[in-house]
Every structure is written in C-alpha cells, then in structure tokens.
Design a protein around this ligand. Structure first.
Ligand SMILES: [Zn+2]
Length: 190
C-alpha cells in the first residue's frame, strides 16, 4: 500500500464517527515509554498523530487522560515481570508531545496499575455521569480492555465506544483478540 492510499484509508476510517456534545474521550496511557520508550515499538509511532487528528476534527467533548505511574522501588507483580516504565517525573512518564497540550492536572488521572480505579470513575462522574464514553490509547489488550470493563462496572448504562483505529496492542494479534472480546461483550467497536 502506498502512503497516499494508507492516509486515505485512515481518514475514511473515521467517516461517520461523531462524538456528541458532552461525550467523554478517555485516552489511555499515551506516554512516551509506551510509544517510543522502554515498552514502545516502531509501529506505534504514528498513533499520537492519529489521535491528535481525531481530537482536532471534533469539538464540544471532554477529555480524560490516564497516566501509568510507577516508582523505582515499588513492590508489585507488574514490575516483577515488566521493566521499570513510566517512572514518575521522568521523560518516559510524560504524555507524548503530540497530545500533551490537551492533558492538564485537572483531566489527567495517575494510576499505579492497569486500571485507573476510582480516580477515573470519579472524574467521569464529576463531568457527567450519564455521558457516552469513547476510548483510545494503549495497549488494547492490557490497559484499554481493563479500563473498559472497569467503566462497564462503574457505568453499567453507558454506551462505551472503542476507537479501534486509535488503539494499539502489545502485538497486532493481541489487539485483534482484545477487540474481539470487547465486541462480544457489547462494547461498541468503531
Ligand atoms: Zn505500568
């Protein structure tokens, strides 16, 4: 596929997707360590720009970011199997350059494990507990799916949309598998 064809495909993928007023876009873990850092991969480098484009093509919605946050001497199962990543205040912990202008102290939730827990659900309640929710970010098969099910538990009546083109998995296969599980669990995969 040549580059022009690829960009046409990407644009068309969003045709017909319109977030409505007061909808909430939840951007999962778009931090340097997951894109270009210790847990990044070369195929993820175009994702920040794609999310930025999506944001710029919509208005009148709210955004909430999650930010994976660890410390050097943390004792956790996650850090017993993964290298240290997203260490608080390091460059790898920061939101990627393309999106950092949208992330503020008020709309960014730090989390110490996969799920953002009450920090995220309380923030959503503070904005609008009946909002339609949209999700994007990384990794589809780890933190996106974990938080999707957490949000389902916290907001059982909400429509939760997964922006499949704006998520990436640990691998392409894991991404597809996670989307398949979420689709069959009645998340709206778009
Ligand atoms: Zn982590």
């Amino acid at each position: 596929m040549d580059l022009e064809a690829a960009s046409t495909t990407q644009t068309n993928a969003f045709t017909g997707i319109h977030m409505k007023k007061n909808n909430i876009l939840i951007i999962i873990d778009m931090q340097n360590d997951f894109i270009s850092g210790v847990l990044g991969s070369s195929d993820k480098t175009t994702l920040p720009e794609k999310i930025k484009t999506f944001i710029s093509e919509h208005d009148d919605f709210e955004m909430v970011f999650t930010k994976d946050t660890h410390t050097q001497n943390e004792k956790s199962y996650e850090l017993s199997v993964l290298p240290i990543h997203c260490e608080k205040e390091t460059g790898g912990w920061q939101i990627v350059n393309e999106l950092k202008e949208y992330s503020t102290e008020g709309n960014t939730i730090e989390k110490s494990s996969f799920m953002a827990g009450s920090g995220l659900s309380n923030k959503i309640r503070e904005i609008n507990s009946e909002a339609e929710l949209w999700m994007c970010g990384v990794c589809t098969d780890i933190c996106v799916i974990s938080n999707a099910f957490m949000l389902r538990r916290e907001f059982p009546k909400a429509k939760i949309n997964i922006l499949s083109e704006l998520c990436m998995g640990a691998t392409a296969k894991a991404h597809d598998a996670a989307l398949e599980v979420m689709r069959s669990s009645l998340f709206n995969i778009v």
